[in-house]
Write a protein that binds this ligand. Structure first.
Ligand code: AMP
Length: 294
């Protein structure tokens, strides 16, 4: 495995391989790699000839009040994981390489970015959209793998790839969870033992929403209130949002017809957790019949 640190070296490598007809896969990360990242890397490895993983803790997607300085950076361990998983290039650009003096372009996807996470973290998605566009420009991948764990981020990247004709095939890989359902995250290490024991409540609440939809409940408000009720069982958790949304636009649904994504964000102590579940309403005989007529 090679370690590259500059956009110039990255693009030169990529150009050379593309000329030879090699397909390039890409997994962008902020490091502190866990089994969720590992699953993305493995999925990408199966789909391409050469694989790039980037490790860049992107300052543009953190607010001044957020945890940029203390974000974990176990680089030796991350490189070892990449090496074990057959990664060809570990791309580790520094901040100055990504945002050199004079840098001013910002990519925004306003419709998707303004909701949910965007409401609570107003600059977050412009930071994500800009850095992903830049990384795509440097790595020139044929395909990229993102995690469903960050559902809104994946929806934004999909929109951006389509709108800007970026020519990257997007794979969204299912969320990898701990044995008790907690979604793996680099931030879980900040949870104290007591907080860690409480953290699965978010997934439990989303599962309760999914079960309600499977049981035939369609009203968005009703489903949302059922999720909130479950979450209230855990007094240590504060809800940022629990929502029943359209999986493409992320607009809230008053009624679930076919598919929905249940999005949730809570705080336990100082740690923020996000998670989501995608649900498809079971087809009833009546609905199947209507579906045939449409
Ligand atoms: P991050 O390093 O947090 O920026 O995440 C890098 C990529 O890994 C993103 O596409 C995330 O959605 C994905 N990811 C993070 N946690 C998980 C998880 N538990 N399961 C699947 N993908 C994940």
């Amino acid at each position: 495995m090679k370690i590259l640190r500059t956009p110039t070296a990255m693009t030169a490598w990529s150009r050379r391989l593309r000329r030879e007809g090699v397909t390039i896969g890409f997994v962008p990360t902020m490091g502190a790699l866990h089994d969720g990242h590992r699953a993305l890397i493995r999925a990408a490895r199966l789909q391409c000839d050469a694989l790039v993983v980037s490790i860049f803790v992107n300052p543009a997607q953190f607010a001044p009040t957020e945890d940029l300085a203390k974000y974990p950076r176990p680089i030796a361990k991350d490189r070892a994981l990449c090496r074990t998983e057959g990664v060809d290039i570990c791309f580790e650009p520094g901040g100055a390489a990504i945002y050199p003096e004079g840098f001013e372009t910002v990519v925004t996807v306003p419709g998707i970015a303004q909701r949910w996470e965007g409401e609570i973290r107003p600059h977050h998605f412009a930071g994500v959209a800009t850095v992903v566009t830049k990384l795509f420009g440097m790595v020139r991948p044929d395909m990229a793998v993102f995690g469903q764990k960050d559902f809104q981020q994946a929806a934004l990247v999909r929109r951006m790839i389509d709108d800007l004709n970026l020519g990257v095939a997007l794979i969204v890989y299912p969320t990898v969870r701990e044995h008790d359902g907690l979604a793996m995250s680099s931030r879980n290490i900040y949870l104290s033992e007591a907080e860690r024991a409480r953290a699965p409540i978010l997934y439990k609440s989303l599962q309760a929403g999914a079960a309600a939809i499977k049981d035939g409940i369609t009203a968005g408000r009703k489903i949302q209130s059922m999720m909130t009720q479950v979450l209230r069982q855990e007094s240590a958790a504060t809800v940022d949002y629990l929502a029943v949304c359209d999986p493409d636009s992320l607009a809230p649904l008053t009624s679930v017809h076919d598919r929905a994504v249940l999005l949730g964000a809570i705080r336990i102590g100082t740690v923020r957790l996000i998670d989501n579940v995608v649900v498809r309403r079971p087809a009833t005989r009546g609905r199947q019949k209507r579906g045939c007529q449409e």
